[in-house]
Design a protein around this ligand. Structure first.
Ligand code: BDR
Ligand code: CA
Length: 316
């Protein structure tokens, strides 16, 4: 019997309840080998995103996963955080024990560069779930890594759906547009999960109930995260459930057939005070510029939640 090799991934993240579910989905999936988790300032400051990433690995029983702290601020801008969505800790909802595992020694950017230079070229996928600061720093400090990255699969941006932190900009890109600009101009193959797709991944009552019905402490923690996190967007958008953004990245790696999308040119607005952080997606090909990203647009949301629920069940 021939075994399909596991995809090697590094998750770069700012947990965040939806980041936490994405990390759990990856750790539960035998198709993926998580080489490490790197943290970045975003939803909350770096000390908390690092603490939260450790907490999630411990919840998954995966103290073996190295977690490296990275950039504590964007390249050029002052850090903007989102406690109004994610709560004071970034992971508000259930009461979980403080992590006992320690951060790995060294900086996330060094870990990214060292890993990409050590592993076979074209064998490592980067999965950024927050602002792109660490990824941009790695590309800037060691330009040879660009050619060695298999693909960057990221959550960020918006097209027809607009923005969620300003009318024009999605949070991850808005926080560090200069980093995003560098990444989108790097020549690395990119898959982008913008708000257009993540806004279809709604945490309806029935979907949260199915996760709670797993009857495990992990399932209960996830259900409480989703219930905490969805309140803000339910009010904002006037609908049942909030968008579960970041797990779209991992789900695309596991089951790309759940998604539709197209190859487009994507440019990042870095300067305009009105639209800074906007992802200008040439969905209709009107510029004639070569595509630099595969942009996701459609989602089989029931299939997506069935996948998450089935994988979370594996934690027992
Ligand atoms: C993105 O911003 C964060 O609040 C979420 O974790 C997600 O990565 C959605 O705009
Ligand atoms: Ca995130």
């Amino acid at each position: 019997m021939t075994m399909t090799p596991r995809k090697k991934i590094i998750i770069d993240t700012d947990p965040g309840q939806d980041d936490a579910v994405a990390i759990l989905l990856a750790l539960a999936s035998p198709e993926l080998e998580v080489l490490g988790v790197t943290t970045v300032a975003g939803n909350v400051p770096l000390a908390l995103t690092s603490r939260n990433a450790l907490m999630v690995c411990e919840l998954a029983g995966r103290r073996d996963i190295p977690v490296y702290a990275g950039a504590d601020r964007p390249l050029l801008k002052t850090l903007v955080t989102a406690e109004f969505v994610h709560g004071k800790t970034g992971l508000d909802g259930p009461t979980l024990p403080e992590p006992t595992m320690a951060l790995a020694k060294g900086h996330a950017v060094d870990f990214l560069i060292d890993t990409l230079m050590r592993e076979d070229s074209g064998s490592v996928i980067l999965c950024p779930l927050g602002p792109l600061t660490n990824i941009a720093l790695a590309l800037a400090r060691e330009p040879r890594v660009a050619a060695r990255i298999e693909r960057i699969v990221l959550m960020g941006g918006g097209g027809f759906e607009g923005g969620n932190i300003t009318p024009a900009a999605e949070f991850n890109i808005y926080v560090d547009p200069h980093a995003a600009d560098l990444v989108f101009r790097s020549g690395v193959a990119i898959t982008m999960a913008p708000l257009d797709v993540t806004h279809q991944a709604l945490t309806t009552r029935a979907r949260v109930a199915a996760i709670r019905a797993l009857g495990t402490s992990l399932g209960e923690a996830v259900a409480q995260w989703l219930e905490f996190f969805e309140r803000f967007d339910e009010q904002k958008y006037g609908q049942e459930g909030g968008p579960l953004h970041d797990p779209c990245v991992i789900a695309w790696l596991l089951r790309p057939e759940l998604f539709t999308g197209r190859d487009c040119h994507v440019a990042i607005e870095t300067a305009s005070p009105l639209t800074q952080g906007m992802t200008v997606i040439d969905w209709w090909g009107v510029t004639g510029q070569a595509a630099n990203a595969h942009v996701l647009g459609g989602l089989d949301a029931d299939g997506f939640y069935a996948l998450i629920t089935e994988r979370l069940a594996r934690f027992g």
